[in-house]
Ligand binder design. Structure first.
Ligand code: ATP
Length: 319
């Protein structure tokens, strides 16, 4: 291998820049040239590649977002798109491609692999919903960002004896909601993986009040329903007046935590090493504090289970 490329795809996450830096610097260290494609697969199809050098990836390790920018690309999903992308990669003399993104981006990378092109995946998403790795790049930072807000809201909730609903990201996965709920000592957590029962929630709030609790915090993953919907259902059924906060995109931004910057650096360097060792169509993972690799389809074929011991912990510790 003489030249590799890197791109970021799907939703951005804190630590993607640290991954770009690690891929670039470790590849240069091993004598390779590096091209960065801007705007994910869309930029690849447009031939929007730039040479990455030791210095062009300087001063980015601590920055949120992605210097290569990211995009979603419908063109790329089509069979002609895959073939066109491979022609572009050949035009640039690329021998291997590193894709930083979520499971959708990995499906795209797998399509390139199936056409014989060497690819590696690095899991970058705040959702942490990728099997084959305990943690994805950006998850830890997003948890800390959300936690800071929840702690501030708790000050008001306790001062004014209020019920707060905090809506966090997570359309189909509740990892972020669960982590934040345990870390903030929230009274309830609602996640897409567990069926929602309004009566059960009302009962819980009722008994909490009877036990002398003056305020409660509900952490709601957006995939269950919106905070507005939940607030009006709680009012209609139980007469509860809830204040709502939707954290939104702040959860995706900001400098990576030390955990994410280190994880991204290690995964970026490993992706290059593994490509040079001859691995193909794989994703770098982090399992039991070790860097690992698994076939890319693991990311979407196996469902990463939510930690039910932590779900029970929210119940047990909010008495
Ligand atoms: P996030 O977790 O932040 O949503 P993601 O990588 O899952 O990140 P997607 O929008 O699902 O984000 O996918 C990113 C891009 O990957 C898509 O815009 C598309 O170009 C490509 N992609 C997704 N699924 C496929 C597929 N089945 N085949 C080919 N390409 C795909």
């Amino acid at each position: 291998m003489k030249r590799i490329a890197v791109l970021t795809s799907g939703g951005d996450s804190p630590g993607m820049n640290a991954a770009i830096r690690a891929v670039t610097r470790s590849a240069i260290y091993r004598g390779l040239d590096v091209i960065g494609f801007r705007r994910g697969y869309e930029g690849l199809l447009d031939g929007d590649g730039v040479p990455l050098t030791k210095s062009s990836v300087g001063g980015i390790i601590h920055r949120g977002g992605t210097m290569l920018r990211t995009a979603r690309s419908d063109r790329f999903r089509r069979p002609e798109g895959i073939n066109e992308a491979i022609s572009r990669l050949r035009e640039y003399d690329i021998d291997g491609l590193v894709v930083v993104g979520g499971d959708g981006s990995f499906r795209g990378a797998w399509a390139l692999h199936e056409q014989g092109f060497p690819v590696a995946g690095i899991p970058g998403t705040i959702d942490n919903d990728i099997a084959g790795t305990d943690s994805t790049i950006g998850f830890d930072t997003a948890c800390n960002t959300a936690l800071q807000s929840v702690e501030k809201l708790r000050d008001t909730a306790s001062s004014h004896d209020r019920l707060f609903i905090v809506e966090v990201m997570g359309r189909s996965a509740g990892f972020l909601a669960l982590e934040v709920a345990v870390a903030s000592g929230a009274e309830c957590v609602l996640v897409p993986e567990v069926p929602f029962h309004l009566e059960h929630l009302c009962e819980k709030l009722h008994y909490a009040k009877q036990r002398g609790k003056t305020h409660s915090m509900i952490i709601l993953a957006e995939g269950v329903m919106s905070a507005n919907q939940l607030a009006s259902r709680l009012k209609d059924t139980g007469g509860y007046e809830a204040r709502i906060t939707v954290l939104g995109h702040v959860q995706r931004g900001g400098s990576p935590s030390s955990f994410d910057a280190v994880l991204a650096s290690r995964m970026g360097a490993s992706a290059v090493e593994m490509l040079l060792e001859g691995q193909r169509g794989f994703m770098v993972g982090y399992v039991n504090q070790q860097l690992t690799s698994c076939p890319l389809p693991t990311a979407w074929e196996s469902k990463k289970p939510l930690n039910h011991e932590m779900m029970a912990l929210v119940e047990a510790l909010s008495i």
